[in-house]
Ligand binder design. Structure first.
Ligand SMILES: [Zn+2]
Length: 180
């Protein structure tokens, strides 16, 4: 879903929820990882939840808005998953004193993605999901022209997680390195 349309969803509807017992085995956004939670009935992975859970109080700590017309959200999410997993793998599974190898390359990719926050700020005045959400809610009841396209706004998960469970990428990295 486009971030602008998402921001106009009813107040309180974009909170984290538990997975349904019959949830699909792949994320409804990126189709890559297994779902970790649900938002508004969508089963989403740990990377994609921060692109949807705009009513969570900590949303700005776990997600940033970027302007990136070249890639859609599912592709950005798969890329971000790979980046965070590479960073976590080098820093925890293979202990180092600083960014080396895959982690160094992953940092560079993340830096390039996050540099696009400036483009989002230039166009909509913010890179904070909470501000976009507040703006979307303020349009409630106002008739706006039907939109025929989607924006180039995307969400980048910052590598943290809501609440105390912030080790999910380390878990993913350990699992991927162990293999099947
Ligand atoms: Zn996902």
């Amino acid at each position: 879903m486009d971030p602008v349309s998402l921001s106009m969803q009813p107040a309180g509807s974009l909170r984290l929820g538990p997975l349904a017992a019959n949830a699909p085995d792949r994320c409804a956004c990126c189709g890559h990882l297994a779902p970790a939670a649900s938002v508004a009935g969508r089963a989403l992975c740990m990377t994609c939840v921060p692109a949807f859970a705009l009513d969570e109080p900590d949303i700005d700590k776990v997600s940033a808005l970027i302007w990136l017309p070249h890639l859609d959200q599912p592709v950005v999410s798969r890329l971000v998953t790979a980046v965070h997993t590479a960073r976590a793998a080098d820093s925890t599974v293979i202990p180092t004193t600083g960014p080396v190898g895959f982690a160094k390359a992953a940092h560079a990719v993340l830096d390039m993605l996050l540099a696009q926050r400036a483009a989002a700020i230039a166009r909509i005045g913010t890179d904070r999901p909470s501000v976009l959400r507040a703006a979307g809610l303020s349009l409630n009841g106002i008739t706006i022209p039907k939109r025929t396209g989607v924006s180039a706004l995307r969400f980048v998960a910052l590598g943290g997680w809501f609440g105390p469970d912030n080790g999910l990428y380390q878990s993913a990295a350990a699992e991927w390195i162990r293999g099947p």
